[in-house]
Structure formats: C-alpha cells, structure tokens
Design a protein around this ligand. Structure first.
Ligand SMILES: CCCCCCCCCCCC(=O)SCCNC(=O)CCNC(=O)[C@H](O)C(C)(C)COP(=O)(O)OP(=O)(O)OC[C@H]1O[C@@H](n2cnc3c(N)ncnc32)[C@H](O)[C@@H]1OP(=O)(O)O
Ligand SMILES: Cc1cc2nc3c(=O)[nH]c(=O)nc-3n(C[C@H](O)[C@H](O)[C@H](O)COP(=O)(O)OP(=O)(O)OC[C@H]3O[C@@H](n4cnc5c(N)ncnc54)[C@H](O)[C@@H]3O)c2cc1C
Length: 675
C-alpha cells in the first residue's frame, strides 16, 4: 500500500478528490500539530474523533436543519448528559482543549445547555471569586451540580457598562445586597443559557453603598430552585426567542424585584465590601471584566476554526464540482481550476492559518496574565485588553467575510442548508457583536494606540511596550519590496509597519489637533473615530502577519515549512493589495511595486493549488463535526444531496395537508370558473 502524505485518503472516495490528495506535498498529521499547536493535542483530537465514531448514541439522530428548536434542545441535552457520564472514557479530565473538541464533534456549534457554564461562568468564578467562595461554588460548578451563565447585557445597554440599570444596593442592616430591575430596559437580555437552562448566574450590576454608585460589579446569584428548577421568588426569567443562528442556546431575559442575596455573594477575590459597608478597591479598575477577556482571548481560535469549516467544505466541493471548460478541447474542469475560485478561497485559507497562529499567542498571553493577576501583578492587563480587542474585531470580521465567500464559491448548493454554511456563518458572525461590538472594541485598542502615539510625539519612544515599539521607529523612505535582489518577509513587515504607524500617527494628530482647536476630548475623539479605527485594524493586521512570520520561522520540517511559507507569501501579498490605498497615498509603495505584488499573488495561488485540499484536510474535521453534505471527506456529494433532500420532512407524504386544504380547492375553483 502506498503511504500518502495526506492522511485523509481512503479507498472508494470520489476519485477527483483523491487525485487532489495525492498531489499534497506534506504530511497532514504534522500540519495538524502546527494548527493545534501541539503534536499531542492533534493526536488526541483524532483519538477522540475515533472514539465518538464508534459510539452511535453520540451521533446526530437526524440532520440539524430538519429539527425544530425544541427538538434540537432535547437532542443536545440528551447528548450532553451522555458525554458528561462518559467524559472520563473519552477525554482527559478537565482538559479544556479536549472538551472543546468533544463538544464540537458531539454537540456541534449551535450551542448546548451548558455552553456559557464552561465559557464564562466557570472562568468568572475562577478569576473573581475568593478562595472561600470558590470552595463553595466553583467545585459544584465544575462537577455540574449547578448550571450557570454570565448575565451582564441588558435590553437597553450592552456596550456601555457604566450605564447598566440593574442595581445591587447594600443593606447594612441585614448585610445583604438587594438586586433590582427598575425598568424594562434594565432587564438582562441576551445571556446564553439564561432563559431555560441555568439555575445560577454571575450577574453584573451597579453596586450602590450608602447612596454612592461604585459602578459595575459581579455577584453570584441563585435564579432557580435547585430541586424543582422553578424560578425563585423575585425573579422573572425566560427565553428571548429565535435568532439568526445559535438556536440551541436559550439566550434569556432576567428581571429582579427587590431580590436579596447575602453580602458574601459579591465576588470578592479582588474587591470587598465589609459588613459595615466599607468598600475595598481592586488593584485594577477593570479586573472584574476578566470573563470577557477570557472569551476574547479564546474566540480567535474558535473563529479560525469556523472559517476553516467553511473553507474545508468549499475547497473539497470545488474539487468534485465540474462545470465549464478552460480549454474547449478538454472536458469540463473542476471549478477549483478557475483563478477566480482560487482567489476567492486561498487567501482565506492563508488567513485561517494566520488567525489560528495568532490565537495560540493570545491564549498563552491570557494564561500568563491570569497567573500574574492572581499574585496581584496587573501590569499586562492593558496590553492584553488592547491586543484581544483588536484581534476579536479583525478576526471575526474577516471570518464572516471568508465564510460568505466560501458559501458563494459553492454556487447554488452553498445556499442549501445541506452545506451547513448558513449556520456556520450565523454562529461566526455573532462574534462581530458578542464580547464587545467590533467598532467599540477597535476604539478600545485605539485608546492604547493614541497613548502610544503621544509617547512617540513627546520623545518617549523608549517607553513603548513591545506590541507598539514599531511606532517609535523611523521608516525607510520607500518600501524595499522588489527593490532588493531577494525580497523577503522583512520588507513586507516593514511596509505594514510603515502603513500602521503612519495611520496611527495621522489619526492621533487629527484627534490632538481637534482638541488644540478647542474641541472637548470626547467630541474630538468621536470626530476622529473612523480614522482611529482604521489605525486599530492596520495595527492588528500587522500583528497577525508578525505572528504568522514567527510561526513559520519556528517550523523545522522542511515540507511543512515550504507550504507554510507559500501561504505566508500569499497572505502578505493579498494583505498589501487589500490595503494598497494606504501604501500608495504617501508614495511609500509605487504602482510598479504593486504590479510585482500582484504577480507574486498569482504565482502563489498557482503554487498552492496542488496543496489546497491537503491544507484544509489538515484541520482534520470529521464529517460529524462539519455536518455538511458538500464538505464530506469522501467527496460523494451528489448521491448524498439527493438522499438528504429525500429525508426532508416535507417528503414524508406526497400530498401535503396545505395542498389538500388550500391549493387543490383553489385550482378546482379556477377550473370550475372556466367551465
Ligand atoms: C471558544 C470561544 C467560543 C466563543 C463562544 C462564545 C459564546 C458567546 C458569549 C458571549 C458573551 C457576551 O457577549 S458577554 C457580554 C460582553 N459584553 C461586552 O463585551 C461589553 C463591551 N463593553 C466593554 O467591555 C466595556 O464597556 C468597555 C471596555 C467598552 C468600556 O468600559 P468602561 O468601563 O466604560 O471603560 P472605559 O472608560 O472605556 O475605559 C477605561 C479604561 O479601562 C480600560 N479597560 C477597559 N476594559 C478593560 C479590560 N478588560 N482590561 C484592562 N483594561 C480595560 C480601557 O482601556 C481604558 O483604559 P485607559 O485608556 O483609560 O488607560
Ligand atoms: C450571540 C450572542 C450571544 C451573547 N451572549 C451574551 C451573554 O452570554 N451574556 C451577556 O451578558 N451578553 C451577551 N450578548 C450580548 C452582547 O455582548 C452585546 O450585544 C454586545 O456587547 C453589543 O452590545 P449592544 O447590543 O448594546 O450593542 P450597541 O452598543 O447597542 O451597538 C449598536 C451600534 O452602536 C455602536 N456603538 C455603541 N456604542 C458605541 C461607542 N461608544 N462608540 C461608537 N459606536 C458605538 C456599535 O458599534 C453598533 O454599531 C450576546 C450577544 C449575542 C449576539
């Protein structure tokens, strides 16, 4: 038997797809180890997939698109119970990476009753509850004796946390906080799994002590009776209804009517209220925003995975879909042969790799900051906040665009839910909004950039942190791309640095200039905000390129290094063309240099072509995880599309009740009136 580099090859597969896999120049298992940042984890993913494949009770009982919301919730609760019971047979205890994979395989991306429990409730208790509080609640939460969520957003406010309306007023006499929702707009609205599943929540409310507002604080709040699951007295709670996607998740509303909780339910790891109402300040004002930073740090990888779902589906399908001819003397070609199709898909394949490499760095930084904050060192919090604010925005934006391109690359069948593209898009695009609306988060990064720009302008560049040190460096007078005998990534990085630096300093100049002319700071800020956000995006895209370069430099295996280098070439050329206005406007890059960049782009599209399927196969998504007829590993698309359509609930009978009731009489009366 021939040993192929692409480990997805099986006998009996669609030969068009196998032909693609045979041309792969690198080992897909080794590439998976790069993607998942460790050989051991990539192997464990495959093992977990195999265990699940052998357990039919963990498979979908029918395709998700054919289920109602209620059916989906029931089905996901059934599977959640099973995986909880058999967890230790499938994954290493408490290994969150393995758990993430197990959930994606078995439960899918549409959510499940304990999604927020793992993503925000436990992280909030871990970072914000005191040791005593953790003994009381965290162990129970980890054991799943209780189910919790993170209830912050309200009907009237999600972004502006200072103006939340839910209040927690301290009653010194009883040593209790009184939670209250004064208005309709003060209802908690959106928290995942709040509506029906959770019996506890970490609730964010404005804390009042002796009439003074101390701003948003986090409280552990029981919502439902632990035995009956009925809402407790003083609590109004329910589901907010169907959404664009994520409909297995019961996003909810919540109101409090003078609802009392003990003083000790304020999460008190970093902040305290003494029995007499004395307030003890935390070491950093935003320390209680940690659950948001947790999700922002991890969602970069999550978004990269969803982009890769769509690209896997579209690239495989493009290898089995034949339509039209390039050379009219030859048979119809795979649509992947069209340069336009390659241009639509390959730069996003490069972006998905770039995002997952950047995501690995943010998780590492997050873990470091978490450890440091636990010992009272908050010095890196601002850097992490700036980095994750920019990355969550840029990555979720391009992920949504890439998924939509991948859907369109599948033609008509991309529009069928058999492709699963609409759900992947709907879930991923939620990331542009949740955990901080993208524009708002870019503006948070802009604050950091403006401060850095002002250090540069006042001759204090030596004080710049490593993420922004380039702002203090001097540019070459023009880009050296195509001006050196061996143009390499360094010339591109310098060009991206020049572009990001120039935009940052220009936007900051605009802001400072407006203030010098007498505008108040927030007005000047608002009038500069489009330019500031442009700077944030360029800064973040520079970071992503640099993270990609760092990773490629580390790779030892020459076959992997070659294909990753090809992807990086594609990425830098595509990125530069995409931001060419910035490069051209001060003459840093000339139009002849851009011609070189374009030629390079087309060269690398063609060079990557034989590896395209192997590059998406390397993410090693099983068919169960992808849930897409178009994206099947074996490429047998057409017969399975037909089987899928036949399984549609509408095809259970030949004549629908609606036809009997309305269409038949309508046609009959039309016929009768003609007589
Ligand atoms: C696998 C995954 C699957 C993922 C699956 C996920 C499922 C879905 C889960 C979704 C869950 C949610 O959406 S939960 C809800 C998420 N909600 C949000 O993200 C709300 C977004 N809003 C915010 O975070 C905040 O309101 C801000 C940051 C925009 C503004 O806060 P603020 O308190 O008004 O502060 P502001 O005046 O702007 O800034 C004051 C100073 O604080 C700093 N600052 C602000 N935040 C932080 C911070 N976190 N850390 C450090 N510093 C901070 C600022 O940089 C600034 O510094 P200086 O410049 O003064 O130095
Ligand atoms: C799928 C999903 C899951 C969610 N899960 C949870 C959860 O588990 N828990 C929870 O608490 N919340 C959750 N949310 C809520 C979510 O965090 C908020 O919707 C989000 O933070 C955006 O806030 P908003 O809805 O108030 O948007 P708004 O702030 O009303 O945004 C509307 C527009 O105003 C603009 N805007 C607002 N403020 C500014 C500003 N200062 N400067 C410039 N422009 C501005 C925005 O850019 C946007 O264009 C979830 C939301 C979604 C979609």
């Amino acid at each position: 038997m021939v040993h192929h580099q692409n480990k997805a090859i099986r006998e009996g597969d669609n030969p068009d797809l196998t032909a693609e896999r045979v041309t792969g120049t690198f080992d897909t298992h080794s590439m998976a180890a790069q993607i998942y940042n460790s050989e051991a984890h990539a192997r464990r993913r495959r093992e977990i997939t195999e265990i699940i494949a052998k357990r039919p009770e963990l498979h979908d009982t029918k395709p998700f698109p054919f289920m109602t919301r209620e059916e989906k919730i029931l089905e996901s609760s059934r599977k959640l119970t099973l995986i909880t019971k058999h967890m230790n047979e499938i994954i290493e205890p408490n290994n969150s990476n393995e758990m993430f994979h197990l959930n994606n395989e078995v439960l899918g991306i549409e959510g499940h009753p304990m999604a927020l429990h793992g993503i925000m409730f436990i992280p909030a208790l871990t970072a914000q509850a005191s040791e005593e509080q953790q003994k009381k609640w965290l162990t129970r939460a980890i054991n799943r004796e209780i189910v919790g969520t993170y209830a912050q957003t309200e009907l009237g406010h999600g972004t502006n946390l200072q103006n939340l309306e839910t209040t927690a007023t301290y009653d010194v006499a009883t040593q209790e906080f009184v939670l209250h929702t004064p208005t309709i707009t003060g209802l908690k609205w959106w928290p995942g799994n709040l509506g029906k599943s959770s019996n506890y929540a970490v609730v964010v409310a404005l804390m009042f002590i002796k009439g003074k507002n101390y701003g948003p604080h986090t409280f552990m709040v029981p919502l439902r009776d632990e035995k009956t699951h009925q809402p407790l007295k003083g609590i109004t709670i329910g589901d907010i209804g169907p959404k664009i996607a994520y409909n297995v998740t019961d996003n909810g509303f919540l109101g409090f009517d003078h609802y009392r909780i003990p003083r000790t339910n304020l999460l008190m790891r970093h902040t305290r209220v003494e029995p007499d109402g004395t307030y003890v300040k935390p070491p950093h004002a935003k320390i209680n925003y940690s659950a948001m930073v947790h999700v922002r740090s991890h969602m970069i990888t999550g978004q990269a995975i969803m982009l890769s779902y769509a690209l896997t589906i579209a690239t495989r399908y493009s290898s089995v879909r034949r339509q039209g001819q390039i050379d009219t003397t030859q048979p119809e070609v795979k649509v992947l042969e069209y340069q336009t199709q390659q241009h639509r898909l390959f730069p996003y394949i490069a972006r998905a790799y770039a995002f997952v490499f950047a995501g690995a760095e943010t998780v590492k930084l997050y873990e470091r900051v978490l450890e440091e904050v636990a010992t009272g060192n908050v010095s890196l919090m601002a850097d992490l906040h700036a980095l994750t604010s920019g990355l969550k925005s840029v990555v979720s934006h391009y992920t949504a665009q890439g998924i939509e391109q991948a859907r369109m690359a599948c033609g008509g069948h991309g529009y069928s839910q058999a492709s699963y593209m609409s759900e992947i898009f709907g879930v991923a695009v939620g990331g542009c909004t949740y955990e901080g609306e993208n524009m708002v988060m870019l503006l948070q990064l802009a604050r950091y950039l403006v401060k850095s720009a002002s250090l540069v302008k006042t001759g204090q560049s030596s004080k710049l942190g490593p993420l922004v040190a380039y702002l203090g460096a001097k540019s070459d007078s023009t880009s050296l791309i195509d001006r050196t005998p061996t143009t390499g990534f360094a010339e591109y990085v310098k060009t991206f640095q020049h572009i990001a630096r120039r935009q940052t300093l220009k936007a900051a100049d605009k802001f400072f200039g407006l203030m010098e002319k007498g505008e108040k700071r927030p007005i000047a800020w608002n009038k500069s905000s489009v330019e500031l956000n442009r700077a944030s995006r360029l800064h973040t895209r520079l970071y992503i390129v640099e993270a990609f370069v760092r990773r490629v430099e580390e790779v030892a295996d020459p076959r992997l290094k070659e294909v990753l280098t090809d992807l990086l070439h594609l990425h830098v050329n595509y990125e530069l063309l995409d931001m060419s206005t910035y490069a051209l406007e001060d003459g840093f890059v000339s139009s002849s240099q851009l011609d070189y960049v374009r030629d390079q782009l087309y060269f690398y599209l063609a060079k990557i072509r034989p590896n395209a399927v192997s590059l998406v196969d390397s993410w090693e998504f099983s068919d169960q995880e992808l849930r897409s007829v178009l994206g099947r590993r074996d490429g047998h698309v057409y017969e399975n599309l037909f089987a899928w359509a036949k399984a549609s609930p509408l095809n259970k009978t030949d004549v629908l009740p609606s036809v009997d009731k309305y269409l038949k009489p309508l046609m009959e009366s039309a016929r009768a009136s003609k007589l």
